[in-house]
Design a protein around this ligand. Sequence first.
Ligand code: HSE
Length: 398
Amino acid sequence: MINVAVLGYGTVGSGIVEVIMTNKELIEARMGDSIQVKHILDLRKFPGDPYEALVTDDYNVIVNDPEVNIVCEAMGGTKPAYDFTRRALEAGKSVCTSNKAVVAEFGPELMKIAKENNCNYLFEASVGGGIPIIRPLNQSLTPEKVESITGILNGTTNFILTKMEREGSDFADVLKEAQAKGYAEADPTADIEGHDAARKIAILSSIAYGKTVDFKTVHTEGITKISSEDFAYAKKAGATIKLFGKSSDVDGKVYALVAPFMIFSEHPLYAVNDVFNGILVHGNTLNDVMFYGSGAGKLPTASAVVSDIIEAAKNLGNPLYCGWQEGEITLSDLADAKRKFFVRTKKDAKAVEEAFGKVCFIDGGIAGECGFITEVMSEKEIKAAAEKVEAVSVIRVE
Ligand code: HSE
């Protein structure tokens, strides 16, 4: 019998219980054992909830229960989630989590504790919601030298950008809708300023390139400066704007950033809309492989946690391989990274060509300004040229 405890009975936590109860028979058949949810930890009471009797507000009941083999942490934030996770692992209980804040900040330490105690710390749901990406990186893609990862990694911002593009909706209204649907973080600043995506690209990069990429060192820009005018130009150019988390390993130099990108219809991530996420991985012999699915929301995220429960149950006493090993990667300076850029300015074409040389103008139909796409230039060069024309908007192009 696998006894599970769920920490946090919010959106994801209640989803975990729902997925287990809905698919109990097939989960047990695939796991080769029976499963029950034995405890739910939450400070709140849930009168009338079918699992009300399982709810406790005392973590000691869970961590001291020798029958509990797997703990699911769906609390969010690092306090007290990190401490509870550590204590569960030290007690030899595997932990499955959706909490990217804890994974990004304490992942290597917690995996080490898991290994020392013959259990597992698994975090499939921490990136891409319901999309399988952590396990593929750790299992299916192990023959590859991963050269780059490009992802739409935040459901809330993709939902907002899609609505802005299609309906010209107001940013604040769409954000409220995303919150109501349970996509956004408790503090949605983490979504719209790109911090959530930064944690996710740091987690993926740490697994792909083998050592910790500290999310705090990832250059991060959000979507709060993206306007309907930017979308007007994008539309005229046959493009759209997406928030990317991106990293690459070029001859041992690792680059990582989170920023809005203008992309064209040929781009594999162009059609990833609404709350969906997409992750494009490039391996040196495999070439491109893309993962697509629901990037946020109760049941998709819970399904990913339950997939970890099954994996942990099949590997009791057997710590699994993870590509994310000890040590840190120092990210290379983005200043020399080269690409094209979309720029808007109130200066005229002559001033633009003086600052940028040859560019490709787009008629966005907006009076008193012009928009254009540059030739390939470095981040350092674009910064200087954009200052010369007092650019209203600068967006990377891929
Ligand atoms: N707030 C996150 C998002 C939840 O919108 O993608 C899933 O990690």
